[in-house]
Design a protein around this ligand. Structure first.
Ligand code: ASP
Ligand code: MG
Length: 425
């Protein structure tokens, strides 16, 4: 990083922050304000509002299984619209702006269409434009593959574009502007007294993003941790600071529990009658990996008795269900797996907190709280800083509220001391 250049920042605006003309102009003014404060600005924009969903729907109207390469050609247009419009608005504010596609911006990815990974950022063109005193707008969520096709980075991928650019140009911060004020102790739509978290560690943010918090794409957090990019997640509708994601060694705060997260966009696959021999699990999960399906909680029971079959159960994102079933069919035939069941109605509730690493009894308390709510736990998985329970999808909201209250994560729980013997349920 050069010391003679003014500091560079990356500002990423999500879909709701550029949804209509007024919001694009508001984003343009925020970008210009940073420029006028002496910063060099690279802005990454998402597609407007529900554009990406609408494009997916359009594809499904013409084809039940759209070709992934063409899907990426289609989906990448949403972000380009936002950038071109915002560049126009910035030009009208008497600043020079240039919009770039992911490919023009030098985002190079692997060849896995609709879920590509960034493998290189060749930011010369961005650097040139910045040196030339231009504001650079980059279409998020897309890149160009090593075989020169347009690719997209998976839902929410504009966050990863922003972080990757911040790393490549040595930006002092990657600001993620969104329609919420930051990262919360639970989804504020479900839990009205959810608290905005001023600081979250990368480790916690990774677990939160992986277990359903939608503020940041999981890959963007991984990328930021690997490359030491500071993320500041904040509202595009107000000026107050939001949530800063930092290294665990940078924070003194180690709360026992930081947040309750949830997801209802998962499905479970159960394989019944899996032969109990070395290589069976490897064959199953290799097939899923090749189909690019990210597997979460896995449970395999040990068959009781010689020659019995095992049962393997795991969760995946709902959107991967079709691909997973297709990938498993040949393995099932080869291994002579008796049956494959799928259950799309599952949900997952998780609690995340760096402090639980060294604190016994957290899991027991989670199970107690769910039992009191008459919620049946179907699967459990843990990491040193996370406990996840798979439950029925329609019980998720109750579970989130009960856990948030029991662990006193709300704004109220912090201000009020509870008299002994009257702890929150
Ligand atoms: N427009 C894409 C999506 O809706 C990418 C993004 O917004 O980050 O998933
Ligand atoms: Mg997003």
């Amino acid at each position: 990083m050069s010391t003679s250049l003014p500091p560079t920042i990356v500002m990423k605006f999500g879909g709701t922050s550029v949804a209509d003309a007024a919001r694009i102009k508001r984003a343009a003014r925020r970008i210009v304000a940073q420029r006028e404060a002496g910063k060099r600005v690279v802005a990454v924009l998402s597609a407007r509002g529900k554009t990406t969903d609408e494009l997916i729907k359009m594809a499904e109207e013409v084809s039940p299984t759209p070709d992934p390469r063409e899907m990426d050609m289609l989906l990448s247009t949403g972000e380009r619209i936002s950038c071109a419009l915002c560049a126009m608005a910035i030009n009208d504010l008497q600043h020079r702006a240039i919009s770039l596609t992911g490919s023009q911006a030098g985002i190079v990815t692997d060849t896995s269409h609709t879920k590509a990974r960034i493998i290189d950022v060749r930011a010369e063109r961005i650097r040139q434009a910045l040196n030339d005193d231009q504001i650079v707008l980059v279409a998020g969520f897309q890149g160009v593959s090593t075989s020169r096709d347009v690719t997209t980075l998976g839902r929410g991928g504009s966050d990863t574009t922003a972080v990757a650019l911040a790393a490549a140009i040595g930006a002092e911060v990657c600001e993620i502007y969104t329609d919420v004020a930051g990262v919360f102790s639970a989804d504020p739509r479900l839990v009205p007294d959810a608290r905005k978290l001023p600081l979250v560690s990368f480790e916690e943010m990774l677990e939160m993003a992986a277990s359903g918090a939608k503020v940041l794409q999981l890959r963007s957090v991984e990328y930021a941790r690997t490359h030491g990019v500071r993320i500041h997640c904040r509202s595009s509708f107000e000026d107050r600071p939001g949530t800063v994601v930092i290294g665990e060694d940078e924070t003194m705060e180690h709360p026992l529990i930081t947040a309750v997260t949830h997801s209802t966009e998962e499905a479970r696959i159960t394989l019944l009658g899996v032969p109990d021999r070395p290589g069976a699990a490897a064959a199953i999960f290799n097939a899923l990996a090749e189909a690019n399906c990210n597997v979460d909680t896995i449970i395999q029971n040990e068959p009781l008795g010689e020659g019995r079959d095992a049962e393997v159960s795991f969760t995946i994102a709902s959107e991967d269900l079709r691909a997973a079933e297709a990938a498993l069919a040949p393995v099932a035939a080869e291994l002579r797996i008796a049956r494959i069941d799928t259950d799309p109605e599952i949900g997952k509730v998780s609690i995340v907190g760096a402090g639980m690493r060294s604190h016994p009894g957290v899991a027991a308390k989670v199970f107690d709280v769910l039992a009191e709510q008459q919620i049946n736990i179907e699967m459990i998985s843990t990491s040193p800083i996370k406990i996840s329970c798979v439950i029925r999808a329609d019980m998720v909201e109750d579970a989130v509220r009960a856990l948030h209250q029991a662990f006193e994560l709300g704004a109220a729980g912090i201000e009020r001391e509870r008299p002994i013997g009257q702890e929150a349920r």
